[in-house]
Design a protein around this ligand. Structure first.
Ligand code: GLC
Length: 514
């Protein structure tokens, strides 16, 4: 592919770091992370070398879906702090060179949001048509066959006894879907974005953004897919105009505000179209991005597909290995060596990497006993708290955290890994520093190289440097041709020396060609 030396915006050259606030750091000792905890740990994030943090929802909420059920879009949940604490966090993040993205949850509110409380009061309430209401079928059943996410096979409709109609909820019954066909909803949600943008927020990760536009006829899902959560199937062209309006709003602000959309479609490869030049800046391609197995052919195929499909519509890709909804990649891939090699991929492919807090520690999912399970979607394991120090409290003074620790919290704590230059934490720092230093890595083209079957190899070149990345997916040594000096190796071996032509077990290296 041609070199690409144009000046690029920060959201293409930078790296985003996702923080799940409940689990990051606890500032007040109640066992749940909060904004003050994040503020005190900003030095860790800044030293890592990322460009922005994305905070999962911090808004007032009954927490039925741990904040993805918002009861007030323009405030901070007392559990996490106050607006003043938020402003302080933003100011200190900015002073450390970190941008701050919030999570925007536009598809649904909480059933405790004043809008929904009004809407369910009477069919004639002015807020009624802010949500999606339908009469029961003649037999009294739900209006169509859509199924909610969470709870296998549960209808995406709940009957409101008092007013005799069903309301739509693509997720939990406590998360009624807003009706974005109503201009009043659009206007209110635009105001929400302005509220935070005016406060200095640098952008938003947008929750299930593909679900916003809905077929006005609400037709049944077809038989082959009926029974799967409708939110993973819903794709309606009207979404794209809604996104164009969001983009115009964000671009009306100075300073490179960014919109990063979560698109989670099961049988569609249209994800890149949500990040066309006049729509969102960036998009996650889920679940494909987090379900690629640890196999070289699968990764080669994925890299080729992302490169081609995003370029075809003028969109810029993202790379993500883990998030708060999926088992961590260290657990999925099965070893730390593989997790290290995966980090080399995520941070050297062409696109914007989005890291999930804790991956720089090589954390595995926590084993959560049944009596401590709290999430309706079975995602507790990847949300385990971050261990900051060795025993006894791992830097969470006060009561025991809301979820159990991930395995080996002492050995995996930030302080322990900090003290060991060979740790995965230092690998992340070296990779992030290299990515910043070498423009080829953040804006060069990408060309896959021929390689042995179990190796993924690609070149990242720009006018100034010529970089090759080799990733050995086998757990034994593999010969792979290339020549140059090793800049970073996933196991730290031979950095600064000439590459010998042989990769170690599950080793990934970044080399500079002569
Ligand atoms: C997104 C979030 C997930 C949440 C769901 C409903 O997929 O990432 O955590 O449960 O939307 O808001």
């Amino acid at each position: 592919m041609a070199n690409d030396t144009a000046r690029r915006p920060w959201w293409q050259t930078g790296v985003v770091y996702q923080i799940y606030p409940r689990s990051f750091a606890d500032g007040d000792g109640d066992g749940v992370g909060d904004l003050e905890g994040i503020r005190r740990r900003l030095d860790h994030v800044a030293r890592l070398g990322v460009d922005a943090i994305w905070l999962s929802p911090i808004f007032p909420s009954p927490m039925a879906d741990f904040g993805y059920d918002v009861a007030d879009y323009c405030d901070v949940a007392p559990l996490f702090g106050t607006l003043a604490a938020f402003d302080r966090l933003v100011a200190e993040a900015h002073a450390s060179g970190l941008r701050v993205l919030l999570d925007f949850v536009p598809n649904h509110t909480s059933d405790q949001h004043p809008w929904f409380r009004a809407a369910r009061r009477a069919r004639t309430d002015p807020k009624r048509d802010w949500y999606v209401w339908r009469d029961p079928r003649p037999d009294g059943g739900p209006p169509n066959n859509w199924v909610a996410a969470f709870g296998s096979g549960v209808p995406a409709w709940t009957l409101d006894e008092q007013t005799g109609q069903y309301y739509l909820h693509s997720f939990l019954p406590g998360q009624p879907d807003l009706d974005w066909r109503n201009p009043a909803v659009v206007a209110a949600m635009h105001d929400v974005l302005r509220f935070w943008l005016d406060r200095g927020v640098d952008g938003f990760r947008i929750d299930v953004v593909h679900a916003l536009g809905k077929d006005p006829l609400l037709p049944d899902d077809p038989p082959p897919v009926a029974g799967l959560p409708h939110a993973c199937l819903n794709e309606h062209p009207s979404t794209h105009d809604l996104l164009r309006a969001l983009r115009r709003l964000a671009d009306g602000y100075a300073g490179g505000r960014v919109l990063l959309g979560e698109v989670f479609l099961l049988f569609s490869d249209t994800h890149p179209t949500y990040a066309r030049p006049d729509e969102l800046h960036l998009v996650f391609e889920l679940p494909a991005a987090v379900t690629v197995p640890w196999e070289a052919p699968a990764w080669r195929q994925r890299i080729a597909s992302v490169t081609e499909r995003f370029a075809a519509v003028g969109a810029w890709p993202t790379w993500v290995l883990s998030n708060h909804d999926m088992p961590r990649h260290r657990s999925r891939f099965g070893s730390e060596a593989r997790a290290r090699a995966a980090a080399v991929l995520a941070l050297t492919l062409r696109g914007t990497p989005v890291l999930y807090a804790g991956e720089e520690l090589g954390l595995e999912d926590a084993v959560v006993p049944r009596e401590r399970t709290v999430d309706p979607g079975g995602r507790d394991g990847c949300r385990a708290p971050i261990p900051w120090t060795p025993a006894p409290d791992h830097g969470w003074p006060g009561v025991e955290p809301w979820l159990p620790w991930p395995p080996d919290p002492g050995d995996r704590s930030v302080a322990t890994l900090e003290a060991d230059p060979r740790s995965i934490l230092h690998l992340y720092r070296r990779l992030l520093a290299l990515r910043r230093r070498r423009a080829a890595l953040h804006r060069g083209g990408l060309t896959l190289r021929p390689s042995p079957d179990r190796v993924v190899a690609y070149d990242r070149d720009d006018g100034a440097s010529r970089i090759t990345v080799l990733v050995n997916f086998a757990d034994e040594p593999t010969d792979c041709e290339a020549s140059g000096r090793i800049l970073v190796a996933s196991d730290g071996a031979d950095e600064g020396r000439a590459y010998t032509g042989r990769l170690g077990p599950a080793q990934a290296i970044v080399i500079e060609r002569e």
